[in-house]
Design a protein around this ligand. Structure first.
Ligand code: DGY
Length: 345
C-alpha cells in the first residue's frame, strides 16, 4: 500500500456524547469524516467522537480509504468515496458503520458491505428541496437558453434585438415526465405544478392519491416517455436503471423534448444523448450529473443548448447542515445501541 498523500487532522474533543453513559474520552468511537463538511457538522461530530477530518478537502483515493479504515470504528463518507467490492474486502476490522453524507448509495457495494457485517446509512428527505430547486433551474435554464444568453451579455456579444432573437421553449402548460417519484421527484412535481405543468410519472409503485396530487401515473416507462415534453430523472442508479436513457428511450420522447438529470450520470448513455442533441430530437438538456465525476463530459460543451452544473443539487448551506446532522443522527443511534433511522443495509 502506498503512502497516503492526504493530510488528515485528528480532533480530540474533551466533550463526549458518551458522557451520559459515563464513558471517558478514550472510549469514544473514532470517526473518519472523509471530506470537509459544514462547520456545524464537524463541530457536532467532535463532541461525540474522536474525529479525523480532511481540512484541505482532498479527494480520497481507494488506497487511502483502505489505509485510513484500519484506524477507525466508523466512516462518514460522501458519494465521492467509492466502496467497491475490492475496497470493502480490504477495509479494517474495526469499521462497523458507513454513515453516508448522501442519499445515493451507488458508490457503495452494499452486498459486499452487508456480507462483512458493516452497516450502511444514508441521508434521505433533507436534500429533496435543494435538489428539486436545481432541477427547476436546469429545466427553466435549458428551455429559455439561460447559458447562451448569459454568455452573450458577459462577453459583450449582445449587439442586436428582434422578435426572432433567442426564442426558447415555454414551460407553462407543458407535460413534465418524472422518472422516480420518491422524495425528490415529489417535490419536483409540486414545484413544476407551480408553473402549471401537467405532471406525469413512472415509479416502481403508484403513489396513494393524496401524495399523487393529480399527477398521472404510467405503469409503463415507454408510455411516460411518449408524453414527456420535459423529462426529469429522480431515480437511483442501480443495475436495473444503469443507462436506462439509451438511444431507444430518447427516440420515444416527443420531438424537441427537453431532458433534465439531477440524479446520477450512470442513468444516461451519454453518447445517445449527444446523438439526440446533434439530430435535434432533443431541443435542450440540463445536466447536474455525469458518468465521470468530477470532470463531466466536455463533448456536451459543443452544444450551446446544454446547461451544465457540477453536481451541486444538494449544495446549499441549509442542506449541508441537514445532511451532516442526519448522518450524525444515524451514527449516534448506532453507537447508542439503537436502530439508525436511515439504515440501508
Ligand atoms: C446525494 O446525496 O446522493 C447527492 O447526489 C449528493 O451526494
Amino acid at each position: 500500500m502506498r503512502v497516503c498523500r492526504t493530510a488528515f487532522l485528528v480532533l480530540y474533543s474533551t466533550v463526549s456524547f458518551t458522557k451520559k453513559t459515563g464513558s471517558s474520552l478514550k472510549d469514544k468511537p473514532t470517526l473518519w469524516i472523509t471530506r470537509k463538511l459544514s462547520t456545524a457538522t464537524e463541530h457536532r461530530a467532535s463532541q461525540n467522537y474522536r474525529v479525523i477530518l480532511n481540512p484541505e478537502d482532498m479527494l480520497v483515493t481507494p488506497d487511502e480509504i483502505v489505509a485510513k479504515s484500519h484506524e477507525v470504528d466508523a466512516i462518514l463518507p460522501c458519494h465521492s468515496e467509492v466502496f467497491s467490492r475490492d475496497v470493502v474486502r480490504l477495509l479494517g476490522p474495526r469499521v462497523r458503520i458507513i454513515a453516508n453524507h448522501s442519499v445515493g448509495v451507488d458508490h457503495c457495494d452494499l452486498d459486499a458491505l452487508s456480507k462483512r457485517g458493516i452497516m450502511v446509512t444514508n441521508t434521505p428527505d433533507v436534500l429533496s428541496d435543494a435538489t428539486a430547486e436545481i432541477a427547476m433551474l436546469l429545466l427553466l435554464g435549458a428551455a429559455r437558453r439561460a447559458i447562451e444568453g448569459d454568455t452573450m451579455v458577459r462577453n459583450s456579444q449582445w449587439n442586436s434585438w428582434s422578435p426572432s432573437f433567442m426564442v426558447g421553449h415555454q414551460v407553462t402548460g407543458k407535460r413534465l415526465g418524472i422518472i422516480g417519484m420518491g422524495r425528490v421527484g415529489q417535490v419536483m412535481g409540486k414545484r413544476a405544478a407551480g408553473f402549471d405543468m401537467e405532471i406525469h410519472y413512472h415509479n416502481r409503485n403508484r403513489l396513494d392519491p393524496e401524495t399523487e396530487n393529480g399527477a398521472i401515473f404510467h405503469e409503463d416507462i415507454d408510455s411516460l416517455l411518449r408524453v414527456s415534453d420535459f423529462l426529469s430523472l429522480h431515480c437511483p442508479a442501480t443495475e436495473e436503471t444503469r443507462s436506462m436513457m439509451d438511444k431507444r428511450a430518447f427516440s420515444l420522447l416527443p420531438d424537441h423534448a427537453i431532458f433534465i438529470n439531477t440524479a446520477r450520470g450512470a442513468l444516461v448513455d451519454e453518447n445517445a444523448l449527444l446523438d439526440a442533441l446533434t439530430s435535434g430530437k432533443i431541443a435542450a438538456a440540463g445536466l447536474d450529473c455525469f458518468q465521470t465525476e468530477p470532470g463531466g463530459n466536455t463533448d456536451f460543451s459543443r452544444h450551446r443548448n446544454v446547461f451544465m452544473l457540477p453536481h451541486i443539487g444538494s449544495a446549499t448551506f441549509e442542506t449541508r447542515d441537514a445532511m451532516g446532522f442526519r448522518a450524525l443522527d444515524n451514527l449516534d443511534a448506532f453507537f447508542s445501541g439503537r436502530e439508525p433511522r436511515d439504515r440501508v443495509v
